[in-house]
Design a protein around this ligand. Structure first.
Ligand code: 5AD
Ligand code: SF4
Length: 468
C-alpha cells in the first residue's frame, strides 16, 4: 500500500467554514489523505478562508507567508507541498491570490469542494488551478460522507449545513457575492446525515446556514419544509438530545419557528439573532428591512414562547453615516434587550458591496471608540446573564476533557461553557450541574446530587462519542 498523504486544513471565520473543511477532508480521505493537526509535514495545505471583514482576509495573507516558508523548506528536502486557498477569499479574489502569493497552487470557491480530487490532479499536471464557478449541480450530492471513525473523533456536538448563500443583500455584507444565491438542501438528505452522526455518538446538532431561518428545502413529500418543520423532524432522531440553529435574520423569524421554541424540548433556549444596529436610520441604510421596533417585538414574542431564552447578537459600529445619536440608539438597545452575549465589529468596507461606495464613511478613531463602549455594554449584559445562573442547576452536555486532570468541559442549554470535576465516562452525557462559580465568562460547577448518585451507572458503560 502507498504511504498515506498528509492533509492539513486550517479554517478561518464562521462555523460553516469548519463544516466545509471537514467535508473537504472527507472528500479527500478515499484518495489516501489523512488529516493532521499541524502544517509542518503536510503534503497538502488548505486554507479555508473568510472574507467577511478586512482583518479576516489579511490573516490569510500572513498565514500564506508562513506556508510559503514551509513549502520552500520541504522543496529543499525534495518534497512537493501543494498549497490551496479555499472559501470566500478564494471566491472573491480568484487568480489575484496566485499573483500576490505565488506559493499557492490551487484556488477554489465554496461551491467547488466536491471537485477537489479533480482540481488537485489539474494542479499536479498544470502547476496551478483556479475554480470559482457557481456550478449548477449540487455540491452536497458529490461530497463524500465522513467515516464512522472521523465522526466519532470530532466529538458529540456537530454542525450540519442546511442552507447556504443569501438573497438579502445587506449593504455591508459580502456573503451574497461569495456564497451566492440562497440554496436549501432537501430535508431527506439532512435527516440521513444526522442519523449517521447520531449512530456515531453525536448528541447535539446545530443546523447552520448564512440565513438559516430562511430554510425552505424540499420535504420528503416534495413540498417545501420550513426550518421549524425540519427541527421537529430532527428532534425525532434517536439519541439527538439537543438542537440549535444559526445564523438567523430577524425578517425570517416566523410564528412557526417562534412556536418551536415553546413546543420542542430538544430546541435549546438560546438564539443568535443579529440586529447590527439599534438605529432605524442605519438599519434602513444597511437594507436590513426591519426596524428597531420589529426586532424588539420579535424578542418579546420569543420570550413569551420561552421565557429563559438566551439571546445573542452581532453589531456593526461605524456604518457609513452613523452619528453619535445613532450609536446611542444601539447602546440603548443593548440595555433594553439584556443579551447573554454579542459580537461587535467595526464596519469594514467590502469591495463590491453598496456600503463601500457610500459617502460619510466614519473615521477609524470614532469606530474604535464606539466599539470599546459597545463592548463594555455587552460585557456588562453578559456578566449579568451569567450571574443569574449562579447556584442554579443546569443540564450540561459534556464534550471533552478540560485543561486540568479530572475535569470535563461541557455546555449549558444557554451555550455557556461549564467546567466540572467529572469522570471522562460522562463525555456525551447530559448531566445536571450546580453552578458554583463564575470567572471571566466561564462557569464552574459541581455534579448535582442526583447526578453523583447516577454516576456509578454511567461509569460502567463504555464511552460513546469523542476520544478522551
Ligand atoms: N464590516 C463589519 N462587520 C461585518 N459583518 C458582516 N459584514 C461586515 C462588514 N463589512 C458582521 C455582521 C455579521 C457578522 C457575521 O459579521 O455583524 O452579522
Ligand atoms: Fe449578509 Fe446575513 Fe445580510 Fe445575508 S442576511 S446579506 S448573510 S448579513
Amino acid at each position: 500500500m502507498s504511504e498515506p498523504r498528509k492533509l492539513y486544513v486550517k479554517s478561518f471565520g464562521c462555523q460553516m467554514n469548519v463544516y466545509d473543511s471537514r467535508r473537504m477532508a472527507d472528500t479527500l480521505a478515499p484518495q489516501g489523505y489523512v488529516e493532521i493537526a499541524a502544517a509542518d509535514d503536510a503534503d497538502l495545505v488548505i486554507l479555508n478562508t473568510c472574507h467577511i471583514r478586512e482583518k479576516a482576509a489579511e490573516k490569510v495573507y500572513s498565514e500564506l507567508g508562513r506556508v510559503r516558508r514551509l513549502k520552500e523548506a520541504a522543496a529543499a528536502d525534495g518534497r512537493r507541498v501543494i498549497v490551496a486557498v479555499a472559501g470566500c477569499v478564494a471566491q472573491a479574489e480568484g487568480e489575484e491570490i496566485i499573483r500576490r502569493a505565488p506559493a499557492v497552487d490551487l484556488v477554489f470557491g465554496p461551491q467547488s469542494y466536491h471537485r477537489l480530487p479533480e482540481l488537485l490532479a489539474r494542479a499536479a499536471r498544470a502547476g496551478k488551478a483556479v475554480d470559482t464557478e457557481f456550478p449548477i449541480d449540487d455540491k452536497f450530492d458529490h461530497l463524500a460522507a465522513p467515516t464512522w471513525e472521523a465522526t466519532r473523533a470530532r466529538g458529540v456536538c456537530a454542525f450540519v449545513t442546511v442552507q447556504e448563500g443569501c438573497d438579502r443583500f445587506c449593504t455591508f455584507c459580502v456573503v451574497p457575492y461569495t456564497r451566492g444565491a440562497e440554496m436549501s438542501r432537501p430535508a431527506a438528505k439532512i435527516i440521513a446525515e444526522i442519523e449517521h452522526l447520531a449512530a456515531a455518538g453525536v448528541r447535539e446538532i446545530t443546523l447552520i446556514g448564512q440565513n438559516v431561518n430562511a430554510y425552505h428545502g424540499a420535504g420528503p413529500d416534495g413540498r417545501p419544509w420550513s426550518l421549524a418543520r425540519l427541527l421537529h423532524r430532527v428532534a425525532e432522531i434517536d439519541r439527538i438530545a439537543r438542537l440549535r440553529y444559526t445564523t438567523s435574520h430577524p425578517g425570517d423569524m416566523g410564528d412557526e419557528l417562534i412556536a418551536a421554541h415553546r413546543d420542542l424540548p430538544a430546541l435549546m433556549p438560546q438564539l443568535h439573532l443579529p440586529v447590527q444596529s439599534g438605529s432605524d436610520r442605519i438599519l434602513a441604510a444597511m437594507n436590513r428591512r426591519h426596524t428597531r421596533a420589529d426586532y424588539l417585538d420579535i424578542v418579546r414574542r420569543l420570550r413569551a414562547a420561552r421565557s429563559d431564552l438566551a439571546l445573542t447578537s452581532d453589531f456593526i459600529v461605524g456604518f457609513p453615516g452613523e452619528t453619535e445619536s445613532d450609536f446611542a440608539a444601539t447602546l440603548d438597545l443593548v440595555e433594553q434587550v439584556g443579551f447573554a452575549g454579542a459580537f461587535s465589529f467595526k464596519y469594514s468596507p467590502r469591495p463590491g458591496t453598496p456600503g463601500a461606495e457610500m459617502a460619510d464613511q466614519v473615521d477609524e478613531a470614532a469606530k474604535a471608540e464606539r466599539l470599546q463602549r459597545l463592548q463594555a455594554a455587552i460585557d456588562r449584559a453578559s456578566a449579568a446573564f451569567n450571574r443569574r445562573c449562579l447556584h442554579r442547576t443546569l443540564d450540561v452536555l459534556f464534550e471533552r476533557a478540560g485543561r486540568h486532570g479530572g475535569q470535563l468541559v461541557g455546555r449549558s442549554p444557554y451555550l455557556q461553557p461549564v467546567q466540572v470535576a467529572a469522570p471522562a465516562a460522562l463525555i456525551g452525557e447530559i448531566v445536571p450541574v450546580t453552578i458554583s462559580e463564575i470567572a471571566s465568562n466561564s462557569l464552574f460547577g459541581t455534579l448535582a446530587a442526583n447526578a453523583a448518585r447516577d454516576m456509578a451507572r454511567h461509569v460502567e458503560r463504555p464511552f460513546v462519542g469523542a476520544g478522551a
